[in-house]
Design a protein around this ligand. Structure first.
Ligand SMILES: Cc1ncc(COP(=O)(O)O)c(C=O)c1O
Length: 409
């Protein structure tokens, strides 16, 4: 992200600010659109960044949105997303939710997570496109907590081999239009990913002709946090096109639902350094105002979830002071694990500096935690070089409302 002057948006009460570059995400949408041409549905996973103002900005009538819960459907609708641009993947759909969808979401794609869920959806009207999530049981090489491949995954129906039983079972479903597969996130393992998708395409090919209309290959593309770099999507799509031509020649409608790819490198978080403490002669601890409440995965596993850090002065300008120390960065929460970034060699940090956390656009503030009841910080957006407020800083009143017993209409 380019340096921008957002100081005029910051008041004395702001101790952290999220800055999102909307053009970054739009560029990446165009890149995936190019890969899906001439036809294909390009969805964004709402869970990665659920801010309504961001969803509104990206809702251009072409982009679709993947919702993992009824809350995310509500967010999509609040952003004006049309039903036929919603892909609903919640792994735990209730009967009440299914009834609500029939009344309120005609046109949506709905992926069942299991055969029993698919059976519950057999009465859905023809306006819906109904899919079944398949776990092709190909083990992907990535971080365990975001790896949903292989036999022990809780998602989808496990497909070990394409047996007569499978073919009979799926052929007998009058409402089955598509197959869905999402195998892993932060995923660089293109060979195994594409092998899993190939297995799903083989299953579609084994069913009666024209039964399967769409194949949704999920999300998963990794981001290179060490070097602030995108994964090589050309290489991914080249392999996918060579291995699964049916996804590109019109036989099946290809749907993607990436999340991290669209957002990771497009946002930074700045948080004020409140204290600096000595750990020993060489090592120091700087305490900032976001920790496990925003960087949850980082706090529980900072080796897997690394971010580059920079030290900025009170004017948000990056500084390169002569002395360098090894820092752990502690958050503001009252528990020992609230140390999202460890073992960073950085120029000397002074109290009153701002720490810039790079590449913080995906699965950071979207995992916001209420532990210790700190207000969610100000979020700014950058579009065509212009800044605006995407979400004002929460007030203490907002916090009271969350923990209170009054219903928010
Ligand atoms: C079903 C599904 N689709 C898409 C995504 C987005 O994945 P990613 O952010 O890795 O692209 C996820 C992430 O968990 C998911 O569970």
């Amino acid at each position: 992200m380019q340096p921008v002057d957002f100081q005029s948006f910051i008041s004395g009460d702001d101790n952290s600010v999220v800055v999102i570059d909307l053009d970054y995400t739009k560029q990446r949408l165009l890149k995936i659109n190019e890969q899906l041409n001439p036809k294909g549905v390009n969805a964004i996973a709402i869970k990665t960044n659920p801010l309504i103002s961001v969803l509104k900005e990206l809702n251009n009538g072409i982009t679709a949105f993947e919702a993992a819960s009824m809350g995310e459907i509500a967010l999509a609708k609040a952003a004006g997303v049309a039903n036929d641009k919603i892909i609903f993947d919640s792994p735990v759909k209730t009967e009440a939710e299914l009834s609500w969808l029939i009344e309120n979401a005609k046109g949506a794609y709905i992926n069942a997570d299991s055969m029993s869920e698919l059976i519950k959806m057999q009465h859905f009207p023809s306006e819906f496109s109904i899919g079944l999530r398949i776990n092709p049981s190909v083990k992907i090489n990535t971080i365990d907590s975001v790896n949903v491949s292989g036999g022990s995954s809780k998602f989808g129906e496990l497909l070990t081999e394409i047996s007569e039983e499978w073919i009979d079972m799926l052929s007998s479903m009058s409402r089955l239009d598509g197959l869905h597969v999402h195998q892993a996130s932060q995923n660089n393992d293109f060979a195994n990913t594409v092998a899993g998708i190939r297995k799903v395409v083989d299953l579609a090919n084994a069913l009666p002709p024209k039964k399967i209309k769409f194949i949704n290959i999920g999300g998963g593309l990794a981001y290179d946090y060490q070097n602030s770099n995108d994964v090589d999507i050309d290489a991914y799509f080249e392999l996918l096109k060579a291995t699964c031509p049916e996804l590109f020649n019109g036989k099946y409608l290809l749907i993607t639902e990436f999340g991290r790819y669209y957002y990771a490198g497009g946002a930074s978080v700045y948080s004020k350094v409140e204290h600096v403490k000595d750990i020993d002669n060489q090592r120091k601890m700087a305490i900032i105002h976001v920790g496990a409440d925003m960087f949850l995965r980082e706090s529980y596993n900072n080796k897997d979830w690394y971010h580059r850090l920079s030290v900025c002065n009170e004017n948000f300008q990056q500084v390169n002071r002569e002395k360098v120390f090894n820092y752990d960065i502690g958050g503001p929460l009252c528990f020992a694990g609230d140390i999202p970034f460890k073992n960073h060699d950085l120029p000397e940090i002074k109290e009153g500096d701002w720490l810039k956390i790079h590449d913080a656009g995906a699965n950071t503030f979207s995992l916001w935690s209420r532990h210790c009841s700190r207000p969610f910080p100000l979020v700014l957006g950058l579009k065509n070089g212009e800044l605006s407020v995407l979400k004002p800083r929460e007030s203490l009143q907002d916090v009271l409302r969350f923990w209170g017993n009054e219903r928010n209409s």
